[in-house]
Design a protein around this ligand. Structure first.
Ligand SMILES: Nc1nc2c(ncn2[C@@H]2O[C@H](COP(=O)(O)OP(=O)(O)OP(=O)(O)O)[C@@H](O)[C@H]2O)c(=O)[nH]1
Ligand SMILES: [Mg+2]
Ligand SMILES: [Zn+2]
Length: 422
């Protein structure tokens, strides 16, 4: 019987062809297009040839101008594959990856046809998943992104029989200098993300050892919290949220007026930094509602959204003092490592506890979330496992449950399995 079952399963596996070609979402302008529509940048120029001389790239300059960035210098010509015969083209996994131009010189530099920015080399060969990290100012977005990517690379990927790697040496360098070095090497923090500066995406590849599973391109975006309630900022710098596959919505317990003073009192004097900036998380939901979600059906979005309470290390003392919010033995304070599959029992516990917690401390926010998001999970994490004092870390970073909200998104998007013990 089981022999027959296995045979049938293997036949079925052979019948369904493995998809190798995926629509591309440009990580710069967020247009979505087929991998057949890319254009290329010539690998050389010919001064005497009008077509192949160095020239102004109007599309790229328009894109740069939009962000107040300086236009680029004259560049090599754009090559449109539609004007070339098939024998000039090279495909890998059904995806066009290079072309020989009229001088028979090959270029592999694929560009977005809309904005003429470079595309990641795996674009079109793996599903592209934009993960938006949003939340009010100083809730811990930048620190969380650093802690999360670091955990994915060093721990989570291994636990799911995969590897997580930056897509290019440029991404790797930027991530190290902007995020990892300050936090992990210099024990200091990350500066508040600037509203006026365009944030470049951090693209990582999550590749399973099992070759029948398609790899994922993860595009992480960190934005300035200050801009989250400004229409002009959202329009220009946070357009990726519209195209996000998953949202990590961060909420800071220190910014909840109902418990802020209690936490400060419970910590005693000289116990570290407290964000002075104060922005209601609910205002962020309202502004997202106005700018993005409003256009979705019934004014709600089905994009899986993890509501993540940050800085859970700060809640520990509060729990000891007053059982009303969180019990000292709460799951929030126990690390849990999902391995091989997403453990739904663990998830249901944390989801229930955190939701009840938010219900008690910020009911208006919870209501705003529930009327805008259809697909929500509640989590609590600590990126650092400690409270910095005067902008400095007091010891080694000990992240708590940082990858759980992200794994929940992967589970919701169908990339990892789940299990439940009844
Ligand atoms: N106790 C504690 N504090 C944290 C943790 N993560 C971040 N913080 C504190 O929160 C501050 C703000 O963190 P950021 O990650 O820079 O906040 P942000 O949301 O990126 O802020 P903007 O860029 O201004 O929007 C840090 O300087 C830390 O003091 C944590 O896990 N525990
Ligand atoms: Mg930031
Ligand atoms: Zn583009």
């Amino acid at each position: 019987m089981s022999f027959l079952k296995n045979l049938l399963a293997s036949i079925r596996k052979e019948e369904t062809p493995i998809v190798k070609k995926f629509p591309i979402v440009c990580p710069h302008c967020f247009n979505k297009f087929s991998p057949d529509s890319v254009v290329f940048r010539a690998a050389h120029y010919k001064e005497e040839d009008e077509e192949y001389c160095l020239q102004e790239d109007t599309k790229l300059n328009e894109y740069l101008e939009k962000f107040g960035l300086e236009g680029s210098e004259e560049m090599e010509a754009i090559i449109d594959p539609k004007l070339f015969p098939e024998e000039n083209k090279t495909y890998v996994d059904d995806v066009l990856i290079s072309i020989r131009d009229k001088y028979s010189i090959e270029t592999k530099k694929r560009l977005c046809p809309f904005c003429h920015n470079d595309l990641p080399y795996l674009a079109g060969r793996a599903p592209s998943n934009i993960i938006a990290i949003i939340g009010a100012s100083q809730v811990g977005k930048s620190v969380y992104m650093a802690s999360l990517i670091h955990t994915l690379e060093t721990l989570t990927a291994h636990n799911f029989e995969a590897a997580c790697m930056p897509i290019s040496s440029d991404t790797s360098r930027r991530f190290r200098t902007q995020y990892i070095d300050p936090l992990f090497a210099q024990n200091s923090l990350i500066e508040s993300t600037q509203k006026e500066r365009k944030q470049e995406p951090f693209i990582y590849q999550f590749k399973f050892k099992d070759t029948s599973k398609a790899p994922l391109n993860l595009v992480f975006f960190d934005v300035a919290g200050e801009g989250m309630v400004e229409e002009a900022y959202l329009d220009l710098y946070a357009n990726h949220i519209k195209n996000a596959e998953g949202i990590l919505f961060l909420v800071d317990p220190l910014q909840l007026s109902t418990i802020r003073n209690k936490i400060i009192l419970s910590q005693g004097s000289g116990s570290g930094d407290f964000t002075s900036k104060y922005q209601e998380s609910r205002d962020v939901v309202v502004s997202l509602g106005e700018n993005f979600i409003g256009s979705h059906e019934e004014g709600r979005t089905s994009i899986p959204t993890a509501i993540v309470v940050t800085k859970s290390d700060m809640l520990e003392k509060l729990a000891n003092e007053d059982d009303a919010y969180l019990k000292p033995n709460s799951n929030v304070f126990q690390n849990y490592v999902h391995k091989g599959y997403f453990n739904l029992n663990e998830y249901e516990n944390i989801n229930g506890e955190v939701k009840r917690f938010i219900e008690q401390v910020d009911l208006a926010f919870l209501d705003a979330v529930e009327v805008h998001f259809n697909n929500v999970g509640y989590f609590a994490i600590s990126s650092l496992g400690q409270n910095p004092v005067e902008g400095r870390l007091q010891g080694v970073i000990q992240p708590m449950r940082v990858d759980e909200p992200f794994l929940w998104l992967l589970y919701k998007l169908g990339y990892i399995e789940s299990e439940k013990v009844i």
